[in-house]
Design a protein around this ligand. Structure first.
Ligand SMILES: NC(=O)c1ccc[n+]([C@@H]2O[C@H](COP(=O)([O-])OP(=O)(O)OC[C@H]3O[C@@H](n4cnc5c(N)ncnc54)[C@H](OP(=O)(O)O)[C@@H]3O)[C@@H](O)[C@H]2O)c1
Length: 244
């Protein structure tokens, strides 16, 4: 069932939409009548998200790609063609003592969280600019804005994404493409890091972690023409954690 069909006629690629925040974003965009390309690596969970969107009357299809593999990323771009909305959400975090992070994981963090969004924007934003419209939303993190013990490498990837957001706004917004980021606080997305997320949530002004839908609502707003005057912004959705 549609909420506000303000994305009618628009296509959207949501990376990392097989779980967590990306899944909630894909579903939120689907409810607003966008044609959603659900991306991820897990075909079964991808199919479940597509089914959930179509069951609500939306339009969606799944495309698999490991974004750390540039050949697979290129194949994804080829299958997508052109989109009106790009949500760079896929990524992962690693928290722990700096000396315990191995080089492979360090490089993986930057490949997934920085290089992949860069390459997707490089491939898709010029097509948006040529058409004179488009909206790109990058899922950043409060970890890129403040110092969190154990989060040096992950925070650096999200600070880079926030920086790229501003540069891309400067590059593409004169041609009508809006580029914004959401700096999310702790979000309850999986069982794995639940204790850490809940502990971090307790340090926010609201005293809790977010639900994925609370981030997805903001992303859907930024994707829509309702946010028509917003570009180059890095918006905190962090329970006030970075406000004080
Ligand atoms: N949860 C939080 O507290 C929080 C806070 C701030 C920011 N964020 C950011 O929000 C985004 C989503 O996080 P989440 O908590 O929702 O994570 P999640 O539940 O683990 O989901 C991550 C998604 O990204 C995909 N993905 C990861 N690496 C990939 C790769 N190399 N190639 C293709 N797909 C890849 C996964 O695909 P498959 O599962 O199909 O492999 C999955 O769909 C991340 O960028 C994260 O840094 C999260």
């Amino acid at each position: 069932m549609n909420e506000q069909p303000d994305l009618e006629g628009m296509s959207a690629l949501v990376t990392g939409a097989t779980s967590g925040i990306g899944k909630a974003v894909a579903e939120a965009l689907g409810r607003r009548s966008a044609q959603v390309i659900v991306h991820g690596r897990d075909v079964i969970r991808g199919g479940t998200v597509v089914d959930a969107i179509t069951a609500e009357g939306g339009k969606a299809r799944f495309v698999a790609a490991d974004l750390n593999n540039t050949a697979e990323l290129d194949e994804l771009v080829g299958q997508v063609g052109a989109v009106d909305i790009l949500v760079n959400n896929a990524g992962f975090s690693w928290f722990g003592p700096t000396h315990e992070l191995d080089v492979e994981t360090f490089d993986g963090l930057f490949a997934a969280n920085v290089r992949a969004p860069y390459l997707l924007v490089a491939a898709l934003a010029p097509k948006m600019a040529a058409r004179g419209s488009g909206s790109i939303i990058n899922v950043a993190s409060m970890a890129g804005l403040i110092g969190l013990a154990g989060g040096a490498a992950y925070g650096a990837t999200k600070a880079a994404l926030a920086s790229m957001t501003r540069s891309w706004a400067a590059e593409f917004s004169p041609a009508g493409v809006r580029v914004n980021a959401v700096a999310a606080g702790p979000v309850l997305t999986g069982a794995a890091a639940r204790d850490r997320i809940e502990a971090l949530g307790a340090t926010t002004l609201l005293g809790r972690a977010a639900q994925p839908s609370e981030i997805a609502e903001l992303v859907a707003f930024l994707a829509s023409p309702r946010a028509g005057y917003m570009t180059g912004a890095v918006i905190a959705a962090d329970g006030g954690r970075t406000a004080v």
